[in-house]
Design a binder for this molecule. Structure first.
Ligand code: F6P
Length: 531
């Protein structure tokens, strides 16, 4: 049985240290150490992380690194890259890092020995298909080139594709039109297909399991929508492809496995945007840019695997999250990208972080009662957030650690816009950290400051930088999971609601007997059926 986090001497040393330094103000920490801003940064894979505006000293960092070592982070990193079945509850390896390992590169003594070969085979299949579509050579059933691509998927089979499409839109083929359908709410499908010609539309049905209710319902509606116009079931082969690990289910749906792009049970849904789940991304930006994105992921993987913890970006960010979550009692982390193309990045991170870290039992199956696990991640692009919720960040009673993300070069230079944008990044983290005293008699103008943030900078938003950024958060979440001794790779918490929805479904029919259920659910059903 592993020792409980709170019983570890390394954790208790941090508790004692917290008591000593938690009231220290960032103003004083900076005043005492003029080199702090230069010193407290780390760089890897094209990313520059400034962590100087955190409520830490060198001793804090030393103790956090000691905690990571005590929790066995080094061994756990090696076990993940080696392909050990570290997803204990599902008895699976966790090898999303194999998806972006360069061709021919042997993963360190991989327990999944041939992972590289099928990865390259699927990448080749994706590239061939993407190139045909991009060249207008993939024709629909009636001989017209496909120009609309609709990705149907949910969770990891949607959030990665839509985030990457938005993030890399600048690199996308503009003649192609991309839409994304995830919600089982019919509005999503109706609006996404509005104005599209079935003759020119391709659906990518993306589902790891191919059993997800929302995706199957949308895929079924898509089939009806297409066949209403195309009339012949043989048309499905030209207008539907699948991305899945489940060949049998794909065939049962009517999609030829020739048109299926596979992946493997060692890729978690929320870690799958660089697998075949990224097919829509590859079609949009082309195989070359897609491979550059994989290179960016890989550069961060290698950094995470090999860099000393005190210079390791994902380890530093993971440990800082632990610091605020477990010692300062912070409940949330705000992610604030100052780039409009990253508008879906916070939504993407919500699944990555919260489906991974929203756990209440340890790897040994013990209920966690003495410490907190995953915080809530949320955010919006700057500067929009500034005119919305930043008021609370600056003057509210809650501590919200922030991650600012910005770029030196604009992808769409326009007058002084980029300088204005970046001036706001630097101003916001400064205002949060140092605050400003109120004029006498005007306490509502007081900015107490001492509100921590990281700033992540890069030259410009490229496919490689996006890969590095996503891998940074993936491995930061892994680091947190090791400290909290949880399994970041399962998601049993989503099951109960799914099962209950299936149970409740028949009771929505007016003539069905009302179930013997709790009185609130029965009252809600009665109201719904009465209309
Ligand atoms: O319900 C949660 C979940 O299992 C996610 O983990 C996953 O990304 C999503 O559903 C979609 O699953 P699938 O790709 O199998 O349709």
């Amino acid at each position: 049985m592993t020792i409980m986090l709170t019983d570890r001497p390394s954790f208790q040393a941090l508790e004692a240290h917290y008591r000593q330094i938690h009231q220290r103000h960032l103003r004083d920490l900076f005043a005492e150490d003029p080199a702090r801003g230069e010193r407290m940064h780390a760089e890897a894979a094209g990313l520059y992380l400034d962590y100087a505006k955190n409520r830490i000293t060198d001793e804090t960092l030393r103790l956090l690194v000691a905690l990571a070592e005590d929790c066995g982070l080094r061994k756990r990193i090696d076990a993940m890259f080696r392909g050990d079945k570290i997803n204990l509850t599902e008895e699976r390896s966790v090898l999303h890092t194999a998806l972006r390992a360069p061709r021919g590169k042997c993963l360190a003594a991989a327990a999944v020995p041939d992972a590289g070969k099928p990865v390259q085979r699927v990448l080749g299949h994706m590239a061939k298909f993407a190139n045909q579509l991009r060249a207008g050579e993939w024709l629909g059933f009636t001989g017209k080139p496909i120009c609309n691509i609709v990705n149907i998927g949910i969770g990891g089979s949607d959030l990665g594709p839509v985030m990457a499409y938005e993030a890399l839109r600048r690199y996308s083929k503009r003649q192609l039109n991309f839409r994304f359908v995830s919600n089982v709410d019919g509005t999503d499908f109706k609006e996404a297909t509005r104005g599209l010609s079935p003759e020119k539309t391709l659906f990518i049905v993306a589902s790891k399991t191919f059993t997800t209710l929302e995706t199957l319902a949308n895929a079924e509606s898509a089939k009806q929508w297409a066949l209403k116009k195309l009339r012949d079931p043989a048309a499905v082969a030209r207008h539907f492809v699948a991305v899945s690990t489940a060949a049998e289910e794909v065939t049962a749906f009517g999609i030829d496995t020739k048109n299926m792009f596979g992946f493997w049970d060692w890729v978690g849904g929320r870690y799958s945007m660089d697998s075949a789940i990224g097919l829509s991304t590859m079609i949009a930006i082309g195989p070359k840019h897609f491979l550059e994105m994989l290179d960016g992921f890989h550069a961060m993987d290698e950094h995470f695997r090999t860099a000393p913890f005190d210079r390791n970006l994902p380890v530093l960010m993971g440990l800082l999250t632990v610091w605020y979550n477990n010692f300062f009692g912070a409940q949330t982390v705000a992610v604030l990208p100052y780039d409009q193309y990253l508008k879906r990045f916070p939504a993407y991170l919500q699944q990555l972080t919260m489906e991974s870290s929203g756990k209440g039992v340890t790897l040994d199956g013990e209920a966690i009662a003495t410490y907190q696990t995953g915080p809530i991640f949320w955010g919006e692009p700057g500067t929009n957030g500034q005119h919305s919720f930043y008021q609370l960040l600056h003057q509210g009673t809650k501590l919200v650690p922030c991650d600012f993300i910005g770029f030196r070069q604009a992808l769409n230079p326009l007058g002084r816009h980029h300088d204005l944008l970046m001036a706001n990044v630097f101003a916001q983290s400064k205002a949060l950290a140092f605050g400003q005293e109120a004029p006498a008699g005007e306490p509502y103008r007081n900015f107490a400051g001492n509100r921590p943030s990281n700033t992540i900078l890069a030259e410009r938003l490229t496919p490689a930088i996006l890969g590095a950024l996503v891998a940074l958060y993936e491995h930061s979440v892994f680091t947190q999971g090791v400290v909290w001794n949880i399994n970041p790779f399962d998601q049993f918490g989503v099951q109960l609601g799914k099962v209950l929805a299936q149970e409740i479904l028949p009771s929505l029919a007016r003539d069905a007997p009302l179930p013997e259920d709790d009185s609130s659910t029965v009252a809600l059903l009665r109201w719904y059926r009465a209309g």
